[in-house]
Design a protein around this ligand. Structure first.
Ligand code: FES
Length: 157
């Protein structure tokens, strides 16, 4: 409930694409931090693709910027440096490993918890890169760390 109220108090995104930098610049940086409409965003360049997501981990607000990237169950995931939660770059799914006790013998497999981290859209036109904030109105757990109550202060984190 508190989460939903926090979300309602937040401004809705304008839907406008924001220029975030030149393609070469962002490729060289690999990870870039931008604040767009008051929201802190991480832009990632990895294996020829750009991705953009909320900058703070949905679990406890960890700074994802320096997380390693690994392929997990066929999905590229960033690994939060704090407690090693795995988040898919394309959809923001939380990935976890578990075993089905019904299965004999039980085998550990990767499963998705569903979308936990808000993902934004990256586009490129003539070497200029833009990010459009997600307009998905449903609550996504990483929203908490972008709102008044959970806002991460990067200098202290
Ligand atoms: Fe990211 Fe806990 S804060 S895994």
């Amino acid at each position: 409930q508190a989460f939903h109220r926090a979300m309602e108090e937040e401004k809705q995104p304008t839907g406008a694409p924001h220029f975030v930098g030149k393609k070469e610049e962002l490729i060289e940086a690999k990870r870039s931090f931008r604040t767009l409409e008051g929201r802190d965003i991480l832009i990632i360049y990895h294996q020829s693709f750009f991705y953009a997501m909320d900058s703070y981990c949905y679990h406890a607000g960890g700074i994802l910027q320096n997380g390693d990237i690994e392929e997990i169950a066929g999905k590229l995931c960033i690994i939060c440096p704090n407690h090693k939660y795995k988040i898919s770059l394309a959809k923001g799914e939380g990935m976890y490993k578990a075993r089905d006790p019904q299965e004999k013998p039980p085998v550990h497999r990767w499963y998705s918890k569903g979308v936990k981290q808000r993902i934004h859209t990256v586009t490129e036109t003539s070497g200029d890169v833009y990010v459009k904030l997600s307009e998905d109105t449903c609550w996504i757990e990483s929203d908490f760390f972008q709102g008044e109550k959970g806002k991460v202060e990067r200098d202290k984190a």
